[in-house]
Design a protein around this ligand. Structure first.
Ligand SMILES: [Zn+2]
Ligand SMILES: [Zn+2]
Length: 550
């Protein structure tokens, strides 16, 4: 009997995690994190609920296999390792990035097996084979898991790029070999199932980037995903060709580059790269800056550059900012804020909307999905990695490929499929909620809604309302406090005024840039209310800051 349990990545974008289980052995494929939607009370990451694993850790064996190093596949691994010691099968690049997280969180290193070196890996009843695939990160793999009940091909994230900059193309012959040996089910990437045609090649971006790098007048700032090593290589190669210098800004970027260089994924002459401190000393038209922050993250390099909070660089008249990444839905507002700020300071911005060839997706479009499926020739088609709509679109593709409806299985987080005697059966759902991590401490904040409801019932709530004038960098009028069911306001009539005063005080403490960031203002208002209440030794109610902008 083979069991597949889905702990994340379905009906949502991020925190991919699937468990394949047979004969007491559980192989966890990926363990990623997800960014929460806006306004989640200081939560900045969401990870899968590990209860399923923790409940079974005494009776079953567990191992973790990582298909590649994107955050939606490895971002939650340290939190898993904190709770259970599991061996890790992965490529050196994914493990290199994971190592940095492990060091940061002061955890023990797990037992590591390099999957790029081995033809086959045996784990309990599983015989595991990896297939190199092209994707927007080095060392990405599809995996074939074979056991007594059948063979399961987990595509993970892939596309078919014939001309990647590193010339490493998908191992097509291995895919075909696996397909010809017989595949029971394919679990296949749905990210771009709605997009017709093919994803396009990294080479196209490289060619298009040439016109910007050869001709910018002041400084060129390229923002991209810090794991997109090929794209970084492209910028470095073009910089070398046109005698420009490159500087890197952003902590995660510098860490990833270090790992990529060590593993031979980045090659450039040492004199192409300059230190961030030297940017200001360079001539106009000489420096290309690669910076993190393509999603408008508030503390990223690009955001700090735009809002004058980076000592090495701020935007000047004539600077060009190139967004070489897709805008993940939900981040539009934050990104828009940065773009406006760049223009305010006299710079100019190019996004994929202005010039589609500054970015290409790392995920398969419809024709590539069809190709993968027709090589795998699987009996069952299981869409993974996508929001519900994308899973559905992927299922539609399967129908076009001739799959019968009963052989296409759409799942949700918490679903378990059992494959026995040649058939899939659906088992009862298991508890698989979201675990929210606090933005400040990184600790799980539990089932937030439940906690808040309980809290509301016991202690009532306080709703501080402030209106921010972000142009002037000040509060508009006095803060207002709305409250329900909170006794200390009855017994200590001056408490309300004290809270208002302490909120008002934030106006001076926060910089103009901070005042224009709703998340920062909310967090500070909340902590200032809590501090005032703590001083009076009052019980802490649910505090929900409301920040409005004029
Ligand atoms: Zn990926
Ligand atoms: Zn992914």
């Amino acid at each position: 009997m083979l069991k597949i349990s889905f702990l994340g990545g379905l009906g949502e974008f991020g925190r991919n995690m699937t468990i394949y289980e047979s004969d007491g052995y559980c192989l966890i494929v990926d363990c990623g994190m997800m960014f929460p939607e806006a306004d989640t009370f200081g939560v900045d990451r969401v990870i899968p609920d590990f209860q399923y694993i923790l409940e079974r850790k005494e009776t079953q064996k567990f191992a973790l296999l990582l298909t590649h190093a994107h955050e939606d596949h490895i971002g939650a691994v340290p939190f898993l390792l904190k709770q259970i010691d599991v061996p890790v099968f992965s490529s050196p690049f994914a493990y290199g990035l994971l190592e940095k997280k492990i060091v940061e969180m002061e955890l023990d290193f797990p037992d590591f097996t390099d999957i790029s070196k081995l033809e086959k890996i045996n784990y309990g009843p599983f015989s595991i084979e990896t297939v190199f695939v092209t994707h927007s990160i080095p060392e990405a793999y599809s995996v074939s898991l074979q056991c007594e009940d059948g063979r399961f091909l987990h595509s993970s994230d892939f596309k078919f790029d014939q001309t990647p900059l590193d010339a490493k193309i998908t191992d097509y012959s291995k895919l075909q070999k696996i397909g010809s040996e017989g595949v029971t089910a394919i679990l296949i990437d749905s990210t771009n199932a709605e997009t017709s045609g093919i994803a396009g090649s990294e080479k196209g971006v490289f060619k298009n980037m040439e016109k910007y790098i050869s001709s910018f007048k002041k400084r060129l700032i390229v923002t991209l995903f810090s794991t997109n090593i090929q794209r970084i290589q492209g910028v470095l190669s073009l910089a070398e060709k046109y005698d420009k210098k490159v500087a890197f800004l952003g902590r995660s970027l510098i860490g990833n580059i270090e790992v990529a260089e060590r593993l031979g994924h980045l090659k450039y002459p040492p004199n192409v790269v300059i230190k961030a401190d030297d940017i200001e000393r360079m001539e106009d038209g000489e420096v290309v800056v690669i910076a993190t922050g393509s999603q408008g993250e508030p503390f990223s390099a690009l955001s700090r550059i735009a809002f004058d909070e980076m000592k090495e660089l701020s935007i000047e008249k004539g600077d060009l900012v190139l967004f070489s990444a897709r805008m993940i839905p939900g981040n539009e507002k934050r990104i828009g804020k940065i773009i406006n700020q760049v223009y305010r300071k006299g710079g100019r911005v190019i996004t994929p909307k202005d010039d589609p060839s500054v970015h290409v997706s790392g995920h398969a479009s419809q024709e590539e999905l069809k190709l993968m499926a027709s090589w795998a020739k699987a009996k069952y088609y299981i869409p993974i990695h996508g929001e519900f709509r994308q899973l559905k679109e992927n299922a539609e593709l399967a129908k076009e490929l001739g799959y019968e409806e009963e052989n296409i299985l759409i799942n949700e987080v918490g679903d378990t499929l059992v494959f026995e005697k040649g058939k899939f059966l659906r088992k009862e759902k298991f508890p698989a909620g979201m675990v929210w991590l606090d933005g400040e401490s990184g600790d799980p904040v539990g089932k937030l809604l439940l906690r808040d409801r309980r809290h509301l019932g016991n202690e009532g709530f306080v709703l501080p309302v402030v209106v921010v004038n972000s142009n002037e960098g000040c509060f508009e009028g006095e803060p207002e406090i709305i409250h329900r069911g909170y006794p200390p306001f009855e017994s200590q009539p001056d408490l309300l005024d004290e809270i208002k005063r302490s909120i008002k005080g934030l106006e001076k403490e926060l910089t103009k840039a901070e005042l224009s960031d709703q998340n920062i203002v909310k967090a500070r208002v909340k902590s200032s209310v809590k501090k005032s209440l703590k001083r009076r030794e009052a019980k802490i109610p649910v505090v929900i800051p409301v920040v409005m902008e004029v």
